[in-house]
Design a protein around this ligand. Sequence first.
Ligand code: NAD
Length: 492
Amino acid sequence: MSTFPPAGAEAAAILEVLGCPLPQTGLPSPIDGTPMPQVPDHADPAAAIAASVTAFEAWRSVPAPVRGLLVRQFGEALRTHRDALGRLVTIETGKPLSEGVGEVQEMIDICDFAVGLSRQLYGLTIASERPEHHMRELWHPLGPVAVISAFNFPVAVWAWNACIALVCGDSVLWKPSEKTPVTAHAVQALFDRVAKDFGAPEGLAQLVTGGRETGAALAADPRIPLVSATGSVPMGRALAQAVAARLGRSLLELGGNAATIVCPSADLDLAVRAIAFSAAGTTGQRCTTMRRLIVHDSVYDALIPRLKKAFASLRIGDPRDPETLIGPMIDSQAVAAMASALTRARAEGEVTGGEQLDGNYVRPALAELPAQSDLAREETFAPILYVLRYTDFAQAIAIQRDVPQGLSSSILTNDLREGEAFLSATGSDCGIANVNMGTSGAEIGGAFGGEKETGGGRESGSDSWKAYMRRQTQNVNYGRTLPLAQGVEFDL
Ligand code: NAD
């Protein structure tokens, strides 16, 4: 018997405390099926876009370090409410409490990053070939930015985008996943309070709830120069075409199919922990979840039985219990998709684990498949680790690369040559490449994103901010003549 209150009621109580109550008539909580608070769909997305344009026109003239102060205050509000919001993330998504709170911590981290960035939106000066000329690049605010988010990170990925966009001088429209709008509602309410006290323009950051049609409406609107979207590859394909049709910009963070190579010299104690967290953690519902394990023949028999034992001992249960490592999947469709992939896996190889328990709870599975398996080339958003065997290093790299997606990857080795070769141009083809760790759990300081069908976008740290601004090349003639570039003559 669970010692916790019904999940939906607890979510409603948290919203009360946060001062943004909602009726408890929404989707079933993945934890126990009780109804979550219901966030109504936005009544008028077109009006929200118009307000966003007006807000942008005021915000772009506020000095960037002052814009940073707003994000700093928002970060402070998140700090104050971190645990309540983290618990809400857990109740809405089913991820364990430490990961729910970790997601809010990630928002706080990106606030800190953005505040620093607000004083570092550096341009360039460039040597001009013309005498008495200066040439430079200046970065200007871009306009309203639409952020479309996925269910599995219901608030952190919005924050990666929104905090950077706000210091860059943009306004923000947020279309959260229709599966997880509740934490988005709470975060937006918090932002609204901070923005009001700050005196920010009305409509600077807005929540535009709804289904895929609402997302599609944002994608199609020419008043939105940048659409940053996180989700599945089919979503990205449809969205990219809609944005490109009006020659807008899209920033895509789509599906992954992360692989880890286990080499003969790998530290197997470290390997078991790294693999269990990356493959089974968050119930396999991270874009960076390790889905393929490429194991050298010489360590296969030492590693795989240990992994099976570790998978069998993972504590599955109510994610509000601090002892729980594996919470439920998001909904019954996700459970069915896992079952269907496992049926195919059984036809190709040997499956251990993967049992469906009560409700949306499942046991993570290991599926030992032939190295050339087509099933392993697909992203099934579930805790299934496909185990593939290799004999030489070049073959391991070839298997890692032989998928349509290109988000995250890692290698477990104590051989410097293998580690560096994995990081070289002929090694991993992913946006993220790790050595002696798993494939998931990125820090906000690096640029996050992937290649191929993952969409090519980069968000969060490093110089990702450049996607949220427009670059202007400026030329100034401070002389009295008019020399032309490339020595062109045009004398009147
Ligand atoms: P999804 O594609 O079903 O939905 C994502 C969002 O897109 C939702 O808000 C949805 O309403 C919206 N949407 C769907 N179709 C649309 C359209 N045609 N136009 C505009 N918006 C549309 O994805 P999901 O099930 O919520 O999330 C899981 C997927 O997201 C996985 O494939 C996972 O790998 C991926 N993901 C990627 C990253 C990354 O950073 N690369 C991060 C998290 C999740």
